[in-house]
Design a protein around this ligand. Structure first.
Ligand code: PEP
Length: 253
């Protein structure tokens, strides 16, 4: 059956020194505790990947990047390829985060190009989808997440889906302290699972990890994670606090 995945998104926080300090604090928090019930990932700024990967060696913590370019190499100043991220020590990559869509012109088509390149290059993908507040108010959440999911996964094969995690992140809940209710999170994760069922069939839909993200924290994680269709969390702010991140990991056991 599908795995729970608890992933931190550190965003544009912490240079290499502070990044290693946070990893050491997380290691200390989870030492001697049960962690086998979920995969643990820290998605970190690109400049931190190598030192964080070294600090995570021999621990259950895996390392992810926060974006990847679609080309293998070339004249793309400031960008990073899947190969480069892998070589630095990343195993996962977040693609299509709403902050990339909102501030950096990311579209469903560029998300699809990145997903294809990441999977072809050997990275595991955390694909973010989610509606804006006005889209929820217009009652078109299902259509929005279905379109984002379908376009992002265009040309992705059933075999490649083993390396895809989907993060349902309502944009109105990210960094706002306003969390979706567990019923809302479960409903939309279920809608996404139905979309996967239409694209790939029931077995793959049931095997795919679908996370909730949006102000998940130490206080609300247990309830969100108890929902049938919620298989983990993508966590921003609370992933920067070692005790809170460890509490969320504990809630996923
Ligand atoms: C995120 O950045 O993916 C996120 C969910 O942030 P926060 O937990 O801070 O809302």
């Amino acid at each position: 059956m599908r795995r729970y995945v608890i992933a931190g998104n550190w965003k544009m926080n912490l240079g290499p020194k502070k990044a290693v300090e946070l990893i050491e604090a997380i290691k200390e928090e989870i030492k001697g505790k049960e962690t086998a019930g979920c995969d643990i990932v820290c998605c970190v700024p690109a400049v931190d990947i190598a030192v964080v990967a070294a600090a995570c060696e021999g621990t259950p913590i895996k390392v992810g990047a926060e974006n990847v370019h679609w080309a293998e190499k070339g004249a793309f100043t400031g960008e990073l390829s899947a190969d480069m991220l892998l070589e630095a020590g990343a195993e996962y990559v977040i693609i299509g985060h709403s902050e990339r869509r909102q501030y950096f012109g990311e579209t469903d088509l560029t998300v699809n190009a990145r997903v294809k390149a990441a999977l072809a290059g050997g990275l595991k993908v955390i694909l973010c989808v989610g509606e804006l507040l006005n889209e929820r108010e217009l009652d078109i959440t299902a259509e929005v997440v279905a379109k984002q999911t379908k376009v992002a996964l265009k040309d992705i094969t059933p075999e490649q889906m083993a390396n895809v995690i989907i993060a349902y992140e309502p944009v109105w809940a990210i960094g706002t302290g306003r969390t979706a209710t567990s019923a809302q999170a479960d409903e939309v994760c279920g809608i996404i699972r139905n979309v996967l069922c239409g694209l790939y069939g029931e077995n793959i839909a049931e095997a795919t990890t679908i996370q909730y993200g949006g102000s998940m924290n130490a206080g609300n994680a247990a309830e969100l994670l108890s929902m049938d269709n919620v298989d983990g969390g993508l966590i921003g702010g609370a992933s920067l606090k070692a005790p809170d991140f460890a509490t969320i990991i504990a809630a996923a056991q």
